[in-house]
Design a protein around this ligand. Structure first.
Ligand code: LLP
Length: 450
């Protein structure tokens, strides 16, 4: 329950018993913007972008490719502008994410398009705006992108998403590169090689290289090592067959962040140094030139920068078997703004943000306000026994896959996202209103459909 600097954004501190983020008091932010509230530490976000960019550039030198920020972790037009200004790329995986990037005037030649089932409209749009590359995920897509590029009179740069058959040590739902998944072309089954042959013979596709993404919230290096080895082995096979070398290797994202006291974090420079050493030695072994190396961190940039503020609404002591009690502390958000505990069993910490308490900790469960028993933000946490309605609780490290996975369950309104820096705060994504929700309800005259 103490303030843990390692899980809060860089410019967060406790000052006179109150949480201050980017120079703004949490209590004042809650008062001004309402709760639940996502508070992004803008300077922290920007320095994390630069951290990954500099780490890639300094360790790979002339073979540094692009850092593509995985916008699925969190994006808004303003955030896409920060990414563009920092001079890195952006990874979009739907037409919606592409629309946000374009609304931010993101340079198309730094946009990379993902997705295992892109629609023809999404592909056509991507080609027409001139994206840097499309990462192809299926045999049908090879034909579709080729055909749509031809129709547009263009040759489209593409990567092939490869499944290296790596078991990443993370939650099953966010592990993506073992064999039995919907993503990519598996090496073991021969699908990857077939896809390479098909792409090579497609007249309007230019195969730049291979891509893989082994999962998310990963800490063990072995997965990354194995994936890199397998993809370079495949690149060597390509060279032997086609007598030319692939120019890019994109190793995806997945770098884990700290949510709880004692969790590990990745230092971008250390990760990139280890990766550079591995890539160089593997390329040496296969007698390959070092290709351009690209990465796609999402969580590692957005995650630690954001804190959710909630207001406590009710508390309740529930008798458990064996005479114990559990205190339920309910806040004004929950599973509609953070589905991760429900979906992945993700764990978070919480901090009393508006005052210090000298009361002893009591076994508590932090829950939301949705009509669902599983609407739990933190299953088990010691919170001061005097936490009461009106208190502000802060949950750190909610920047990735929080707001971006938010829903309107129970017709909850998606919270605002505000950016704080140097004592100023501004809304970058406004809170939804009831009018926003009701705007979708229409009463149409029936039309005959045959
Ligand atoms: N590149 C590709 C192709 C991806 O599919 C992903 C994430 C990333 C990059 C970024 O991964 P990151 O660096 O953020 O780990 N909703 C889940 C995470 C799903 C990740 C999906 N793909 C969660 O809340 O944990």
């Amino acid at each position: 329950m103490n303030f843990l600097p390692e899980v809060f954004s860089n410019n967060s501190a406790m000052v006179n018993g109150e949480l201050v983020i980017g120079g703004c008091k949490a209590t004042s932010l809650a008062k001004e913007f309402g709760t639940p509230l996502f508070v992004i530490d803008e300077n922290d976000f920007k320095s994390r972008i630069n951290g990954w960019k500099n780490a890639l550039n300094s360790n790979f030198g002339s073979s540094a490719g692009e850092v593509y920020y995985a916008s699925k972790s969190f994006v808004s037009v303003e955030v896409a502008k920060w990414i563009a200004e920092a001079g890195i790329g952006i990874d979009v995986c739907t037409g919606g994410e592409l629309a946000v990037a374009l609304a931010a005037n993101f340079p198309a030649n730094r946009i990379e398009v993902h997705g295992n089932n892109k629609s023809e409209a999404e592909i056509a749009k991507a080609i027409s705006v001139g994206v840097a590359k499309i990462v192809i995920d299926s045999m049908q897509e090879i034909e579709r992108v080729d055909r749509l590029a031809k129709a547009a009179g263009k040759v489209q740069n593409v990567l092939l998403r490869i499944t290296p058959g790596v078991e990443a040590h993370t939650h099953e739902a966010i592990s993506t590169a073992h064999e039995d998944v919907k993503f990519g072309f598996s090496i073991a089954s021969g699908a990857a090689w077939k896809a390479i042959i098909a792409t090579q013979s497609a007249s309007n596709l230019a195969l730049e290289g291979l891509h893989c993404h082994i999962g998310s919230q990963i800490f063990e290096n072995e997965g990354f090592i194995l994936a890199t080895q397998k993809l370079l082995e495949l690149s060597a096979k390509f060279r032997d067959e086609f007598k030319s070398e692939l120019s890019e290797l994109d190793l995806g994202g997945g770098y884990g962040i700290a949510y709880l006291a004692g969790d590990k974090t990745f230092d971008p420079n250390q990760v990139m140094a280890a990766l550079a050493e591995l890539v160089k030695s593997e390329c040496n072994r296969h007698n390959l030139k070092v290709p351009k190396i690209s990465i796609e961190p999402g969580r590692a940039i957005a995650g630690p920068t954001t804190t959710t503020l909630y207001e406590v609404g009710t508390t309740k002591d529930v008798e458990l078997e064996g005479g114990k009690t559990r205190r339920y502390i309910a806040v004004d958000g929950g599973m509609s703004d953070n589905i991760r505990p429900g979906l992945y069993g993700a764990k978070y910490s919480a901090l009393l943000a508006n005052r210090t308490s000298t009361s002893t900790g009591i076994n508590s469960r932090l829950v939301g306000k949705h009509c669902e028993t599983g609407d739990i933000i933190i299953r088990e946490i010691d919170l001061p026994s005097d936490v009461a309605p009106g208190d502000i609780l802060a949950i750190p490290a909610t920047g990735a896959y929080g707001r971006s996975m938010a829903s309107n369950y129970n017709h909850m309104l998606k919270p605002a996202v505000i950016s704080v820096a140097n004592g100023s705060a501004r809304t970058i994504l406004r809170r939804e209103s009831e009018a926003d929700l009701l705007a979708l309800d229409v009463v149409e005259a029936p039309r005959t459909i045959k």
